[in-house]
Design a protein around this ligand. Structure first.
Ligand SMILES: Nc1ncnc2c1ncn2[C@@H]1O[C@H](COP(=O)(O)OP(=O)(O)OP(=O)(O)O)[C@@H](O)[C@H]1O
Length: 814
């Protein structure tokens, strides 16, 4: 959709003062695009689609726009009456070859038009029928705004001609020039709606230049409802007035935009696109198109509103809200005769239980449902089409592109109509180019003759639009020449939804009956002992599900007794409250009920657990046995209370104290053992400390001794004639040499035993480092011996005397 293209807000609101538009809006807000799927999802066992979307996928041949009844299905005897005129209705118009003479005077329809022209067309159904072999053509001239109309009309002889050219006269079935749509509806659409309800396919479409009033005619406004809302009201009136039949209605809404079909009910962005496929016998199948079952005027209005909201409209040079697509609102009606109209088969007891077969009552559905293979089902389709208007190129590029698609498809429609008219007039069978556009392809079965067709050609009264209006009138005249031969489709159709629902209801009732019989076979007390609470809940849930499903399906099938009267706000009976609910609301109700059931089931389970934890005592046990058990329970409770309160003197408490004392003693023993171990550790630690102190003292004494000894050694070395020369080992080697010399000297004096001298210990570097004592003498030497002269005469280096004094931080050169 182009950026400038907007969604159309619904132009349709019921006019009735009792209608609840707010109520409808709130319903709409809660209805998702795929409501029937939700509903199905909760009924896995007993499901049947309430929407035929899924059905379309399964059987691929939706009964959409059925063509000739040449389907390879068995036809009943009644099927042989295909194409025969309805025995109930008498043709209102004589068959005439001269289409110009085949005019309709709505005054003869027996409908009072002096009253309400806007909303409630009728409450009572009045059978009418139109000429069946010709397209009904009506012209509606939009009331002029400001200046005089460029056209002169006569509603007496239904003629129209340009105001300045009386010779160029056109004659049609009816001419309308007024604001109200009711007169137009009564003549141009109502007979077709009735034909549709009687089993014929019907098409009503509006054709005309842009801004000439097509949408106004089809959809209308809240004040002036158009053909679609009026037709829907009439459909429900028809059902109410026909007690001999039962009906199933489903609707779909699509648009053809830029030669692509979009499903207006599938929600924005969700549409996968609808494809046209050929079916058996010239049928056209719209695969992927969603159909929704409707059960009341309110529910169908909700669908209409949803679809209208999804239509593409935009402001153009000529129309502020121009339709940029062809829209098709389709109603499919399946109907069949009822067995005994006086018996209200749909009535279900308010408790939701329907126990047919019990107490000698009749089998569910009565004898009519016993017939194997079902009965004749009539299927017909009503298509209400708002075509996009032909237009010239506009200032907007996107609008021009759309306009080109619109004009092309309208041109194809014109060509198809011309060919058909020519074929009919001259008895030819020239190729008809249906496939040149989606619109004509989709309308092929209807345009081929198998539908009652009514066209409303809308005219813009402006002088500037005369040539476009003339072209519209020429199209209208051409289409009058198309020959129709609509046939009723009445066959034994096991695929028909109404038949499938009936069968499912039958099956569900049988299952329900079986369960109920099984439940009542056993004595309730025996049964409750045999089944656990959970199983009983499951059983009851399954029965409730069956009942709910039966009710839902039953409500989808409409009869004169069950269908609402079209009043949105005041249901006629408690059951009809549900009739006004959308499938989504029903689904929500079901979910809520299920949640309640679930929570009740949990409560029952917990109660069951409580009961099972109690001592088994049957209700029939002797009284003294009961008393004994009660007394025992009371004693236990008292003992427990005593323990809690710390009451003394009771044997129970004494036993408990002994137990705790034993535990306490054991704990004490553990603590004592741990304390002894800790004391041992402390003692060991003290020992270690002492040893460390002793070693530290020895180290200090040794350091002092070594220092003193070294100083003595150096003095004697200085006085010695032997010169100390740098050796290749460096200072460490020199010290090692001196140490050896000192050792020898000490041994010679005999003052100190080499074995017992602390020096030996201090020289044991490994031990010192292990004890963490001060570094060895060698390591300490640079700092501690600073006052001593440790310089060397470096005679070898450059043959000159030089004092080499290493810094305290540097290593002695090697
Ligand atoms: N018979 C009528 N009485 C009163 N107002 C009308 C009538 N017909 C059309 N109008 C008004 O004329 C305007 C254009 O009408 P509408 O939108 O129905 O035209 P359209 O043919 O559908 O145009 P498009 O093809 O561009 O969608 C609207 O404002 C509508 O209310």
């Amino acid at each position: 959709m182009s950026a400038s293209t907007s969604k159309r807000t619904t132009p349709f609101t019921p006019r009735s003062t009792r209608s609840t538009e707010r109520d409808l809006s709130s319903r709409l807000a809660r209805v998702p695009s795929a409501t029937p799927t939700l509903l199905n999802s909760t009924h896995k066992k007993y499901k049947a689609p309430l929407s035929t979307e899924s059905r379309a996928r399964k059987i691929t041949a939706l009964p959409t726009v059925p063509g000739s009844p040449s389907k390879s299905r068995p036809t009943s005897r009644a099927g042989s009456s295909l194409g025969a005129p309805s025995p109930v209705l008498t043709p209102m118009f004589p068959r005439r070859d001269d289409v110009e003479d085949s005019l309709v005077d709505f005054q003869t329809l027996g409908v009072d038009l002096t009253g309400d022209n806007a909303g409630d067309v009728s409450v009572e159904f009045v059978p009418t029928e139109v000429a069946v072999d010709k397209v009904m053509v009506s012209v509606r001239v939009r009331p002029p705004t400001g200046h005089a109309s460029a056209w002169t009309t006569s509603t007496r002889d239904n003629t129209i001609h340009p105001a300045d050219n009386p010779a160029a006269k056109f004659t049609f079935d009816t001419i309308h020039t007024s604001h109200p749509t009711a007169p137009l509806y009564l003549t141009a659409a109502r007979p077709h709606v009735h034909a549709f309800m009687s089993g014929y396919n019907a098409v009503v479409f509006a054709y005309g230049q842009t801004a000439s009033g097509k949408t106004y005619t089809l959809s209308g406004t809240p004040e002036e409802p158009g053909i679609i809302p009026r037709a829907l009201r009439d459909i429900f009136s028809f059902i109410r007035a026909t007690p001999t039949r039962e009906y199933l209605l489903r609707v779909s809404f699509l648009e053809i935009y830029n030669e692509t079909i979009h499903d207006l009910l599938s929600g924005t962005g969700q549409s996968k696109g609808v494809e046209i496929q050929g079916g058996a016998g010239g049928e056209v199948i719209l695969s992927g198109l969603r159909e929704e079952v409707v059960t009341s005027l309110a529910s169908v209005k909700e669908v209409l509103k949803r679809g209208e909201g999804n239509r593409r409209t935009a402001s153009t040079d000529w129309n502020e809200r121009s339709s940029r697509s062809h829209s098709v609102f389709r109603v499919v009606c399946e109907s069949r005769e009822r067995g005994d109209p006086s018996a209200n088969e749909e009535e279900i007891p308010s408790n939701g239980r329907h126990t047919p077969g019990l107490n000698g009552r009749q089998t569910p559905g009565g004898s009519r449902l016993q017939a194997k293979g079902g009965r004749n089902v009539q299927t017909s389709v009503l298509s209400l089409i708002d075509l996009a208007g032909s237009e010239k190129a506009t200032s907007d590029k996107e609008r021009t592109r759309e306009g080109r698609y619109i004009n092309t498809s309208l041109l194809t429609l014109g060509t198809v109509i011309s060919t058909l008219a020519e074929n009919a007039a001259k008895g030819k069978s020239d190729h008809v180019p249906y496939r040149n556009s989606k619109l004509t392809r989709m309308l092929q079965p209807s345009l081929s003759g198998n539908a009652r067709i009514s066209v409303v050609c809308t005219i813009n009264p402006e002088v500037s639009a005369v040539s476009e209006s003339t072209s519209t009138l020429q199209f209208a005249r051409r289409i009058k020449g198309v020959h129709l031969n609509a046939q009723k489709k009445e066959i034994v159709d096991t695929d028909a939804l109404i038949e499938r629902y009936r069968k499912e209801i039958e099956e569900l009732r049988r299952r329900l009956e079986e369960r109920e019989q099984e439940a009542t076979r056993e004595v309730p007390s025996v049964r409750s002992r045999r089944l656990s609470a959970r199983e009983q809940i499951d059983e009851s849930k399954a029965m409730t599900d069956l009942n709910t499903r039966i009710k839902q399906l039953t409500r989808l099938i409409l009869t004169s007794q069950t269908v609402g009267n079209g009043d949105d706000s005041r249901p006629a009976s408690p059951i009809k409250v549900d009739f006004d609910m959308s499938p989504y609301q029903l689904q929500q109700e079901l979910l809520t009920a299920r949640l309640q059931l679930e929570s009740q089931a949990n409560q029952i389970l917990s109660l069951e657990a409580t009961v099972s934890s109690r001592p088994a005592l049957s209700a029939s046990a002797p009284e003294d046995e009961k008393d004994r058990m009660i007394a025992e329970q009371a004693r236990t409770i008292k003992e427990l209370e005593n323990v809690v309160k710390g009451y003394e003197g009771e044997p129970l408490r004494a036993a408990s104290e002994d137990e705790w004392q034993t535990k306490l003693d054991a704990q004490r023993r553990v603590i004592e053992e741990k304390e002894a171990w800790a004391a041992e550790l402390v003692r060991e630690l003290e020992k270690e400390k002492k040893l460390r102190t002793q070693l530290e003292e020895e180290r200090r004494a040794l350091a002092a001794f070594v220092s003193k000894f070294d100083s003595l050694g150096l003095v004697s070395a200085a006085s010695s004639p032997v010169k100390v020369m740098p050796s290749p080992g460096g200072a460490p080697a020199a010290f090692a040499g001196r140490r050896e010399a000192r050792k020898v000297a000490l041994q010679m004096t005999g003052d100190v035993s080499a074995e017992s001298s602390p020096m030996r210990m201090s020289l044991d570097m490994d031990l010192v480092s292990k004890l963490g004592a001060a570094p060895s003498l060698l390591e300490q030497m640079p700092e501690e011996l600073e006052e001593f002269d440790v310089s060397f005469e470096a005679e070898e280096w450059g043959k000159r005397k030089e004092i080499f004094r290493p810094s305290s931080k540097e290593n002695v050169p090697m």
